[in-house]
Design a protein around this ligand. Structure first.
Ligand code: SAM
Length: 233
C-alpha cells in the first residue's frame, strides 16, 4: 500500500511514509473487513462513518508539515487510524469525535497499537480543544462551510490548519491556513470530497428526514465509491 498507493503518487515525506508503514490499519477496521484493510479506500466503521482512505490520511499529514516536537489536534477521530498516524509523527496528539461509541472504540484500537501519546475526547471538534491549545498543527477530517475562527485562534505562531472547505457533497477544496503573527495565509492544496463537519462552526445539526452523506472522502484523483455508508440518522 505504501509503495503503490502513496510513494508512487505524491506522498514524498519520508517521515509520513514511515508512519503509514508502521500503523497496522487492520486494528482500526471491523473484523469482517480485515482482508480489505490495506486497500486504498475508506471502509465503514459503524455510526454511518468510515475509516479514511490511506492516501488522504498521508496527504493531510504531509501537508500539515508535522515535526517531531509538535502538539497536534485532529478533529474527527472516526476509527482512530488518522490519529495513530499523527501520533507517530508528533510529540502529542489530541483528537475529538462527536460520536461517543466511535471515540470509545478508537481509544481501544489506539491503546492496542501503542499510541500512548494520543488523547481521544468526545465533543464538538469544530470548536477545537481550547484547554489543550495552542497547537502546532490542526487536521480536520470533515468539511466545513468556512475556515472556523475557533480553530485558527488555537494555532501557535507558525501553526498550520489543514481542512476541507466547501458544501457537503459538492466541490470542496483542501486548504492549509498558516498563522504568522497577526496574519494568516491560505493555500489551496487540491480538490476533495469529504463528509460534513457537524457542529457550531460546521454545518449545524442534521434535521430528521434530511439526507446527508456522512461517510468518507475522496482525493484529487476524483470521487471514490463510498462503500455503503448510510446517511446519518
Ligand atoms: N480520520 C478518521 C479515520 O481515520 O478513521 C476518519 C474520519 S471521518 C472521515 C470524519 C469524522 O468526523 C467522523 O467520525 C465524524 O463523526 C466526525 N465529525 C464530524 N463532525 C465533527 C465534529 N464537529 N466534531 C468531532 N467530530 C466530528
Amino acid at each position: 500500500m505504501v509503495a503503490h498507493d502513496l510513494a508512487a503518487r505524491d506522498i514524498h515525506d519520508e517521515r509520513v511514509l514511515a508512519a503509514m508503514e508502521s500503523v497496522p490499519r487492520e486494528h482500526f477496521v471491523p473484523e469482517d473487513l480485515v482482508d480489505a484493510a490495506y486497500e486504498d479506500r475508506p471502509l465503514p466503521i459503524g455510526a454511518g462513518q468510515t475509516i479514511s482512505q490511506p492516501y488522504i490520511v498521508a496527504l493531510m499529514a504531509q501537508e500539515a508539515r508535522i515535526g517531531a516536537a509538535d502538539r497536534v489536534l485532529e478533529v474527527g477521530t472516526g476509527s482512530g487510524y488518522g490519529a495513530a498516524v499523527l501520533g507517530r509523527l508528533a510529540a502529542e496528539v489530541w483528537t475529538v469525535e462527536r460520536h461517543e461509541d466511535l471515540a470509545r472504540r478508537a481509544r481501544e484500537a489506539l491503546e492496542a497499537t501503542g499510541a500512548g501519546n494520543v488523547h481521544v475526547d468526545v465533543g464538538d471538534g469544530s470548536l477545537g480543544a481550547p484547554d489543550s491549545a495552542p497547537f502546532d498543527a490542526i487536521v480536520v477530517t470533515a468539511a466545513a462551510p468556512a475556515v472556523p475562527d475557533a480553530l485558527v485562534a488555537q494555532l501557535a505562531d507558525g501553526g498550520r490548519l489543514v481542512i476541507p472547505i466547501g458544501p457537503d457533497g459538492h466541490a470542496q477544496e483542501l486548504v492549509r491556513v498558516t498563522v504568522r503573527g497577526e496574519h494568516s495565509e491560505r493555500a489551496h492544496l487540491c480538490d476533495v470530497r469529504f463528509v460534513p463537519l457537524i457542529g457550531a462552526e460546521g454545518f449545524g445539526r442534521i434535521h430528521p428526514g434530511q439526507q446527508r452523506r456522512d461517510g468518507d472522502e475522496s482525493g484529487p484523483d476524483g470521487p471514490r465509491t463510498d462503500p455503503g455508508t448510510p446517511p446519518e440518522p
